[in-house]
Design a protein around this ligand. Structure first.
Ligand code: FAD
Length: 261
């Protein structure tokens, strides 16, 4: 079974700062990690490979430093890693990102399952996975908490707030992984040594069958006008009474005093 996992290198969120002039993330000096949901995606791919055989390829679009994230996935056990990197991809929104990732997947050729994280913890849109499926014209199964493959069919549990939806689909499919799918493994020493020695393939724009106008900022349908932290909300008033009736009475009094009612 050929499995492709799309992973994004993201800044450690507790450290994120926005440049107020450019409206982009300040990445210098900020530690980077593999997007946590993408680690669930890699773990799922490795387990499927252990059950059914095959190959796990990890893909990331980003600057050369994203190599570190790819190496971490190789250390977990992925077979091959490809970095999609070119100045032409810079400033891509989700549409241009998914277009480029889909082109790289087409170049890889055969695949049975593509797994993404449910969302990236920096961009947070959860759009890239479904958009890749649209570009490739394949079924998308989002927010997946369990995956079972039987021959050419996949059966998944799709996570809802209070229930699971069980869905069956024919391969190939794109799956987006939630946290409850699994617990990602730690790399072994052997895996780390293998990853250090591994050569990561690179796809640039000229390696892909793409329209230049669909890449990067040029190919982006959206533009970030402003990013700001909303003003802190003023603290509310907590009404503590022994009875609901007493609380309602006091609430009505406060609303009347404030001339709201
Ligand atoms: C006008 C504009 C300019 C932007 N410029 C920049 C910029 O200069 N630099 C920048 O870093 N961001 C930029 N962004 C943000 C960019 O849109 C997102 O980084 C990217 O499209 C992914 O969206 P997301 O983070 O919401 O991912 P989501 O859709 O939340 O991610 C879902 C899943 O898709 C996969 N995925 C997402 N991104 C990648 C990737 N790059 N490689 C492999 N798999 C991936 C992962 O599996 C991930 O878990 C820009 C956005 C806009 C609108």
């Amino acid at each position: 079974m050929d499995i492709i996992v799309c992973i994004k290198q993201v800044p450690d969120t507790t450290e994120v700062k926005i440049d107020p002039k450019t409206n982009t993330l300040i990445r210098q000096g900020v530690p980077s990690i593999v997007n946590p949901f993408d680690k669930n995606a890699v773990e799922a791919a490795l387990r499927l490979k252990e059950q059914h055989g095959g190959k796990v390829t990890v893909l990331s679009m980003g600057p050369p430093q994203a190599n570190d994230a790819l190496k971490e996935c190789l250390a977990m056990g992925a077979d091959e890693a490809i970095l999609i990197s070119d100045r032409a991809f810079g400033g891509a929104d989700t549409l241009a990102t998914s277009y480029t990732l889909a082109a790289a997947i087409r170049k890889l050729g055969h695949y049975d399952i593509i797994i993404c994280g449910k969302q990236a913890i920096d961009g947070d849109t959860a759009q890239v996975g479904p958009e890749i499926a649209e570009h490739l014209g394949i079924v998308q199964l989002t927010y997946i908490a369990k995956i079972e493959v039987n021959g050419k069919t996949v059966r998944v549990n799709r996570e809802h707030e209070t229930a699971y939806e069980v869905i069956e689909a024919k391969l190939p499919v794109l799956i987006s992984a939630v946290k409850s799918l699994n617990v990602p493994r730690y790399p072994t020493v052997k895996g780390i040594l293998r990853a250090v020695r591994a050569k990561i393939g690179v796809y640039t724009a000229k390696d892909l069958d793409v329209e230049p106008d669909c890449l990067g900022l040029k190919g982006s349908a959206t533009q970030v006008r402003e990013i700001f932290t909303p003003p802190q909300r003023t603290q509310g008033i907590l009404i503590r009474k022994d009875s609901a009736g007493g609380a309602v009475e006091e609430l009505m009094q406060k609303l009347t005093d404030a001339k709201i009612v």
